[in-house]
Design a protein around this ligand. Structure first.
Ligand code: CA
Length: 523
């Protein structure tokens, strides 16, 4: 009996040792972080220097075409948890979706495999996290200043700036985690989500610099679907006083409010006096937007540096895979927009930087089509775990290793659903290749196809769909779109998922679902 016990003790010790050898995973995640604001991506406007994030690119791989499947917050978080498209995981939009946490997710599988997991910061899935040993998340969108957070179910009020607080909590968890196990930490920043409220310490970070405008700030949307021109997310038509910092946020301490007013008030007084309209007003708002947005990103960058420094100090850097990404990209004035949602490149693609010492070759780039859809399988593969066959992405580990898989994807499927609020972006789906995007805006009052050609029109301001020179391309892309929809098992039209289940404008009201009538849907 004694020898059996000591054998069991030895076996559990050996398995703990083995577990500790597997790589840790640190997922640094942001909300609405545009690659245009990361200096490692080298955007022409040079909006900001981001040495913290650039360090990951320098010591690892910069992916240049990481795509999302449905460009908004909650849905992409559900895609990451499950490795499945929105129609397969059931979380379509931010308006009325709730994550079904009983389904298979990668953290649950990692936990079973012996990992200790935590998620800290923005969660936004409307149900409590499952599959984590520790969770401490913002309620809904959360606040930038002095936020409340939900610590394993208990609401705790914090004083300070959200990005600093989330990092503090992440480092605290790393200190107190179960060190016999490898860890998987999702450190999920709220920033730089709207309304882009800067840390007080960075209010004057750019010394009233004048930011270069994007070439498409005044896009006229000529020749494109009404779906594109009839949006409600323009710096011109949609920007609020709160977006422009013409009103103060309600949750500042008296001290914070004093510094806030000292910075914004003299500048706002000048603005009011100038009484700007038309293009001049858009230009002013764009400058204010860039000031605030980059200040938020600057704080994220500092905190990423701080997190990486902690890994160094603790000797964790060598055996930890670090991934930096965002739930989608974002418009920084391109097409006159803020926000996301569209299949256009700025919000379709998202930053993706990976550091894996000894595996990922430093200072390299990769232009293959990858996706946040691939993360669940990637994390499982990093841990040496099998990838469930019903997940819909693929492991990126071969690409991290610098391999050239013969059969890598050459096309990708996209589908956005949320309409009409908050930004009147009509539902659309499409197929994406290295060069083209074929998009179908299909409801409620449109039935339009747009063809984008990034090679001849990198700014994506033209529609080539009706151009006879593209007839064969359209035909091929339509066939590919049908193939992809069948591959991911999406049946069209999608179920009724409008905001609050109100009928779409121009659509007949839907009959209410009967309770217990046993009515079966006709096949
Ligand atoms: Ca987001």
């Amino acid at each position: 009996m004694k020898s059996l016990l000591s054998l069991l003790t030895f076996l559990s010790f050996a398995s703990a040792l083995c577990a500790a050898d597997r790589p840790n995973i640190l997922f640094l995640f942001c909300d609405d972080l545009a690659s245009q604001a990361i200096s490692a991506y080298g955007e022409k406007r040079k909006l900001l220097e981001t040495p913290g994030m650039d360090r990951i690119a320098k010591e690892g791989i910069r992916f240049d075409r990481c795509l999302v499947t449905n460009s908004i917050c909650g849905p992409m978080r559900a895609v990451i948890q499950t490795g499945k498209y929105s129609h397969a995981n059931g979380f379509y939009n931010n308006s009325n979706s709730k994550f079904d946490s009983s389904q298979q997710t990668f953290p649950k599988l990692l936990q079973k495999a012996g990992y200790t997991n935590a998620v800290i910061g923005k969660w936004h899935l409307m149900t409590d996290p499952v599959g984590y040993d520790y969770w401490n998340v913002l309620p809904g969108q959360g606040a930038y200043y002095n936020p409340a957070m939900i610590d394993n179910g208990k609401t705790v009020k914090h004083e300070g700036y959200v990005t600093d607080i989330v990092t503090d909590l992440g480092i605290d968890w790393l200190k107190k985690r179960d060190k016999t196990k490898p860890f998987m930490l999702m450190l999920q920043h709220k920033a730089p989500h709207r309304e882009w409220e800067p840390p007080i310490r960075h209010l004057d970070h750019d010394k009233d610099r004048v930011y270069e405008e994007p070439a498409t700030l005044f896009d006229t949307f000529e020749g494109r679907s009404k779906a594109v021109s009839d949006h409600d997310m323009g710096i011109g038509r949609t920007f609020t006083e709160r977006d422009a910092k013409l009103v103060t946020p309600g949750n500042l301490t008296p001290d914070q409010l004093k510094y806030w007013n000292e910075y914004y008030e003299p500048r706002n007084a000048k603005f009011r006096e100038a009484n700007l309209t038309g293009k001049e007003l858009v230009k002013w708002r764009y400058q204010r937007y860039m000031h605030d947005y980059t200040a938020c990103v600057k704080a994220v960058d500092e905190n990423i540096k701080r997190t990486l420094d902690y890994l160094d100090q603790e000797g964790l850097a060598k055996n930890t895979v670090v991934i930096l990404s965002s739930d989608q990209g974002f418009y920084l004035g391109e097409h006159g927009w803020f926000d996301k949602r569209w299949i256009f490149e700025e919000s379709l693609s998202t930053p993706f930087l990976v550091r894996w010492p000894g595996v990922a070759k430093p200072s390299t780039t990769n232009g293959k089509i990858v996706s946040l859809l691939d993360l669940a399988q990637t994390f499982l593969d990093i841990a040496g775990e099998p990838q469930p066959s019903d997940m819909q992405g693929r492991s990126l580990v071969p690409l991290f290793k610098g391999e050239e898989p013969a059969e890598w994807r050459k096309s990708f499927y996209y589908h956005y659903y949320e309409f009409p609020v908050p930004h009147r972006v009509r539902p659309h789906y499409g197929v994406i290749t290295d060069r083209y995007k074929l998009v179908h805006y299909y409801k409620p009052d449109v039935d339009d196809w747009d063809l984008l050609d990034r090679q001849t029109d990198p700014l994506e301001v033209k529609n080539f769909y009706a151009d006879p020179a593209y007839a064969d391309t359209v035909k091929e892309l339509k066939a590919e779109l049908t193939r992809l929809q069948s591959e991911v098992h999406e049946t069209l039209p999608p179920p009724r998922i409008a905001h609050g289940n109100a009928p779409f404008e121009g659509e007949p009201a839907q009959p209410k679902k009967g309770k217990g009538k046993g009515k079966k849907k006709a096949k």
